[in-house]
Design a binder for this molecule. Structure first.
Ligand code: C5P
Length: 225
């Protein structure tokens, strides 16, 4: 069953991004990359051709270091992913890309002179959305939705907006989401079928997600008349 993914070209984005205010300061988020790296490791072990585009992480992983495409900002992550868009079979968007990036990044360190400062932010490029716009019917994309409220409604709207084939919904509760070794997910497919899973290790969750992806590649059963 798992050989379906052998030699498939699979992009995985993982970890946080850093959006720089000046050369030494940035805004980021709590993503550790654990979920993305767990998926990357499992797919690599299944013989897939994995492109792991990763923001800065400190976790240890068995994924081959020389195969990691390391980036810092959302724009850099997009640029690396875009180079691969045409050749991909599957894209899995696990990264917690910062929603906004400073409109201007100061070339020199911002000085502590004013009592108050304001920083203008602009929307970061949405990598998953951009892939969703150009992907062919043979290419599949999988997204993540980390939500604190209305988890399934928000996941369904992202599934639509970003043209995902399925979306993995989770929430930042204790033992789930950012930083933990465990996660509790629900997978919503584009036919709106929903599968909910119990709390599991991120490696087991990775396997559940991969099984859902394998299902997508199964030929549609012939209808008997
Ligand atoms: O941040 P948001 O909740 O919209 O993320 C939903 C999905 O879109 C995730 O799979 C995330 O990796 C992806 N995404 C992206 N580029 C962004 C923002 C989100 O690829 N700039």
């Amino acid at each position: 069953m798992q050989n379906t993914l052998k030699n498939k070209k699979i992009l995985i984005t993982a970890g946080p991004t850093r959006e720089y205010l000046d050369p030494v300061r940035f805004i980021s988020n709590q993503s550790t990359g654990k979920m993305g790296y767990a998926i990357a490791e499992t797919l690599h072990n299944l013989g897939a051709n994995v492109y792991l585009v990763s923001g800065p992480v400190t976790i240890t992983s068995n994924f081959p270091k020389d195969k990691i495409i390391a980036v810092e900002t959302g724009k850099q992550m997009y640029d690396e992913c875009k180079k691969l868009f045409n050749e991909l079979d599957i894209a899995i968007f696990c990264a917690a890309v910062a929603d906004y990036t400073p409109k201007i990044t100061s070339e020199i360190k911002i000085k502590k002179i004013e009592n108050e400062i304001s920083i203008e932010f602009i929307k970061n490029v949405d990598i998953a959305y951009e892939f969703g716009r150009v992907k062919t019917s043979q290419q599949k994309s999988i997204g993540f939705a980390l939500e604190t409220n209305n988890v399934l409604d928000n996941a369904a709207s992202k599934l639509n907006k970003k043209n995902f084939n399925c979306i993995v919904a989770n929430s930042p509760n204790k033992d789930e989401g950012f930083g933990y070794d465990t996660n509790k997910i629900a997978i919503l497919k584009s036919d709106l079928s929903l599968t909910e899973y119990p709390l599991k290790s991120k490696h087991e969750v990775a396997q559940d997600i991969i099984n859902a992806i394998i299902e997508m590649f199964k030929p549609v059963a012939e209808t008997a008349f």
